[in-house]
Unconditional design. Structure first.
Length: 123
């Protein structure tokens, strides 16, 4: 299954505070998602990134590819958004960035900051 250098990436740049990901299992057509970079802070999303690292390694070029079913990815998005992930993206896009209070909020919910993943995937 080809997963690097999607021609479809030319579909446009994501808004500030967001990133493009391709999602799909072997045998399933991959779908393009634009997700908030704050998702990188969430343990459920960290698991998806770990799966991507196991499948493809850290040397992905272009958008990150997540090797899970599209329906499962949407479910994870739903769970993260219910905890405020979408609101944090809107704040980042508005130039609010990550404030100290945001970090406190993440600790309250057991979130972990994952700069390692962000650096490895070039997000």
């Amino acid at each position: 299954m080809p997963h690097l250098g999607h021609d479809k990436e030319k579909a446009g740049m994501p808004p500030k505070g967001c990133m493009v990901m391709w999602v799909g299992q072997e045998g399933e057509e991959q779908e393009r998602f634009v997700v908030p970079v704050v998702y990188l802070n969430h343990p459920l999303f960290a698991k998806l990134l770990e799966d991507a690292e196991k499948e493809y390694g850290f040397d992905q070029k272009g958008a990150i590819v997540i090797p899970c079913g599209v329906d499962h990815f949407r479910h994870v998005q739903d769970l993260i958004d219910r905890e405020g992930g979408a609101a944090a993206c809107a704040a980042a896009a508005a130039g609010g960035g990550h404030r100290h209070g945001d970090h406190h909020h993440h600790r309250q919910h057991g979130h972990h900051h994952l700069p390692h993943f962000a650096a490895c995937f070039g997000a």
